[in-house]
Design a protein around this ligand. Sequence first.
Ligand SMILES: [Zn+2]
Length: 528
Amino acid sequence: MNLNVYRCDGALLAVDCGIGFGGPEAPEVETMVPDPAWLVERRERLVGLVITHAHEDHLGAVVHLWPFLRCPVYAGPFASAVLRRKLAEAGLHGEVRLSTLPLGGRFSLPPFDLQFLDVAHSVPEAQALAIRTRHGLVLHTGDWKLDPDPLIGPRTDEAAFARLGEEGVLAMVCDSTNALVEGHSGSEGEVRRNLAAIIRGLKGRVAVTCFATNIARIESIARAATAAGRQVALFGRSLRNAEAAARECGYLRDVPPFVPEEEAGYLPDDSLLLICTGSQGEPRSALAKIAADTHPAIALGEGDTVIFSSRMIPGNERAILRLQDDLARRGCRVMTADDHMVHVSGHPARDEMKRLYGLVRPRYAIPVHGEWRHLSEHAALARSCGADPLLVEDGDVVRLAPGRPEVVAGVPTGRLAVDNGRLLPLSGGVLAARKRMLFNGLVVASLAVDREGRVLGEPKVSAPGLFEGEDVEPRQLAAEVARVIGELPSAQRREDEALREAARSVLRRAVGRRLRKRPNVEVHLLRV
Ligand SMILES: [Zn+2]
């Protein structure tokens, strides 16, 4: 989840605006965005938002946060095409001033003089951003790798990086994702050859799952299918959106139109290949539906093969392994990057990082994009390459110039959960209650009392997530509430809040005794 802000002479420039996923750390949340409160308060000083590439963790939050930021947005052609579709789906098309910039182009958002530089990555047209100000040149790499054969989109423009090195780079803010990985990340070209060899040898239906925006990979899979005499169908909305954006930008020219989902099932098994969403085990994805045998258009089973041409994003392991298990249970053969060379990372391994440091020769290095262990390994690597590293955390304000860079302040940061269009603070009341309910259940009690606080009829208690409807416990709890209320001194019984609190505490204690849980307890009091 990325949202970077650069400041010069009072003006602010935002770079990337991405989403994250809840995962096991925050199971009550599906999608999260950065809390933009600090930036929103200063939005009149925000000269623009520049998007480096079309990955969700770099542009997925624009639709959620732009209504608060309301600044012009700048991106390359493919990222623009992807973002335009998202804005249209969110009903923001026409509102957002989205400018499409040429790849490798130079543009100015005073006081920032900006330049895109081509980098290879697992999405077409990723761009690094050189930020020139009167205080010096800062290179924001975004996500990148060195791939001699990226298949789609330009290679990393090493000559342009070397020219920056000649010009003199004050600081490089650089990708740390694979700072623990020795050697080289490998090439898309190699994956293309391997997929072709594997798919040629398969019988039955074949499904391949990968990231929707990895257009080079989609092209590789489609070519391998054609060479093996198979037609290709895309399964999943994000794949269809990415395909449309890719074709709009002139990619996938040699790939024939894909077979519509609803027609795929009529093709002979050996003549069909599916490309599916769901490589991260997403519950509503096409592959998850196929694994559960609930997909309306297609089924896989004995003799079929599913290839995961992707990596496991940390946090998604359990969901992915469960999906793979479900597919295996249906009789599918599951192939992954663990045992076949069907995926390469889009991020640089250590040899590539050393090469970039050699070209750019920054004075200072700011490792970003990774956990602390990645950042600190990256810092050591930067030092060995002659750069002076500075480790920062979310919310740290780094003064890059004048003087030696240092963390000079902190701004409040946080994460907001996207909850059916609403943005809720992750630590706020609604989500805290939802999380508590997830593990501790909910008890709701309704009771009617007269003016004197005497219980009328029988209180009703229900406890979804704790007891079944027909269990005796809810009735026992209701009786306990009636008894405790009946024993309260009459003065207390005349106060609504005292009655509610007495009911809540008896319910909390009673459930705690029975189930060792601390549920959310709601008491509805009706005084008649
Ligand atoms: Zn990326």
